[in-house]
Design a binder for this molecule. Structure first.
Ligand SMILES: Nc1nc2c(ncn2[C@@H]2O[C@H](COP(=O)(O)OP(=O)(O)O)[C@@H](O)[C@H]2O)c(=O)[nH]1
Ligand SMILES: [Mg+2]
Length: 369
């Protein structure tokens, strides 16, 4: 490998020199002001440190300091500048990714404050991501009993979880569109909430499905509707929703949607238009607690788009440790309204509570509803 330093009036100019001499495959190792030490009074402009694995003679166009015809240099420079510009976005993405990785590595490498190490390990054992484990553990006061420290840790965890009260089902007309990835528990959650709205609150309820992709999906909702004795309608197109809702004019409408994976942009767009045509008063995003942290965050952001959503965390009964999903919730900072903890309709759902979740984090292991 050949590593060489190049300078120029700007970083781009230094990079052009590097690519000119080392070839297009040269990679940028670092860049910055040429005067990188206070005593280098003679240095002006910027420098880059570049490297190549290829033999220089194969790639080199000579050096830009060697005499070339003005035309040759200008042509070479404009070609390089074009390449730099077209790859700028990709590089910027790569740089941001790298910076966040470096950030995480530093975070993991810097020793936790004395006294906090024990709590840091405690949270890591519960699979809380290291960044959050560090942040929460650092806040634990060094003095006090073990119990008081644990209480402080639990309080701090609760403060980082955003909770909202359950959906206002008693407003004049609530239209709740339920979205989420495939198999997240959307239809089951609708059955649970519809039972509560109908039997506990005595509201008139309409169930509408826009999930016409799977025949079983319509049947599943009709079965729940039949048990509850509430009407079930099928909207073949999002545009049909206003007429369907007007025709039944119920107090509470639950609109079911097909599941989406991140690789189905068409379907994601369709559920955005369901939210629009249904004039949703609330959008409930069901997210399974079994997802990895990054998938959880990315899926939630993609499915919600620009809409403000309330979260329903499903399948908490299927995870063995609380940290991963609680870390994702701390990352997202979106309001969590419900927690679904099993397949039983209607009992396996409840309002979310920051204290309840923080207690789960302290206890570790499986969730008990
Ligand atoms: N363990 C567990 N299973 C659930 C929960 N909610 C739904 N399920 C199950 O997950 C599967 C998919 O649920 P469904 O409501 O059809 O998901 P949808 O595709 O998002 O509508 C079914 O077998 C449900 O019984 C939950 O909170 N815990
Ligand atoms: Mg469904």
């Amino acid at each position: 490998m050949i590593v060489k330093r190049f300078s120029g009036q700007t970083v781009e100019e230094a990079l052009i020199r590097a690519k000119w001499e080392l070839g297009d495959e040269a990679v940028l190792l670092s860049s910055g002001p040429a005067k990188d030490r206070w005593w280098k009074v003679w240095e002006k402009g910027y420098h880059v440190l570049a490297a190549t694995d290829y033999p220089v003679s194969k790639n080199s166009r000579g050096t830009l300091d060697e005499p070339h015809s003005a035309h040759e240099v200008a042509a070479g420079q404009s070609q390089m500048v074009e390449r730099i510009q077209t790859t700028q976005d990709e590089r910027w993405d790569a740089v941001l990714k790298l910076l966040s990785q470096v950030d995480r590595k530093i975070d993991q490498a810097v020793p936790v404050a004395p006294g906090a190490g024990e709590w840091y390990d405690f949270l890591l054992e519960r699979e809380l991501p290291p960044e959050w484990a560090r942040r929460l553990a650092q806040g634990v006061p060094s003095e006090g009993t073990k119990e008081s420290q644990q209480e402080a840790l639990q309080r701090s965890a609760a403060e980082h979880l955003m909770i909202q009260p359950v959906l206002p089902l008693t407003r004049p007309q609530a239209v709740i569109v339920v979205i989420g990835p495939t198999g997240a528990g959307k239809t089951t959650t609708i059955a649970k909430l519809a039972t509560y709205a109908r039997l506990e609150l005595g509201r008139s309820v309409l169930l509408v499905t826009t999930d016409t992709y799977r025949v079983a999906a319509v049947e599943q909702l009709k079965t729940f509707g039949g048990i509850l004795d509430v009407p079930v309608a099928v909207a073949n197109r999002p545009q049909d929703l206003p007429a369907i809702i007007r025709e039944h004019s119920p107090e509470v409408v639950f609109v079911d949607t097909p599941g989406h994976s991140l690789s189905q942009p068409m379907q994601i767009r369709q559920s955005q238009s369901v939210m629009k045509y249904a004039h949703a008063t609330d959008v409930l995003l069901c997210m399974p607690a079994t997802a990895s942290r990054s998938l959880f965050v990315k899926t939630a952001q993609t499915l919600a788009g620009d809409h403000a959503v309330s979260l329903c965390l499903t399948k908490v009964d299927e995870v063995l440790s609380p940290g991963t999903v609680l870390g994702a919730l701390m990352d997202l900072q979106w309001p969590l309204a419900y927690i679904a903890h099993g397949q039983n309709v209607p009992e396996d759902i409840g309002p979310a509570s920051a204290d309840g979740l923080a207690q789960w984090l302290m206890r570790g292991g499986a969730y008990h509803g």
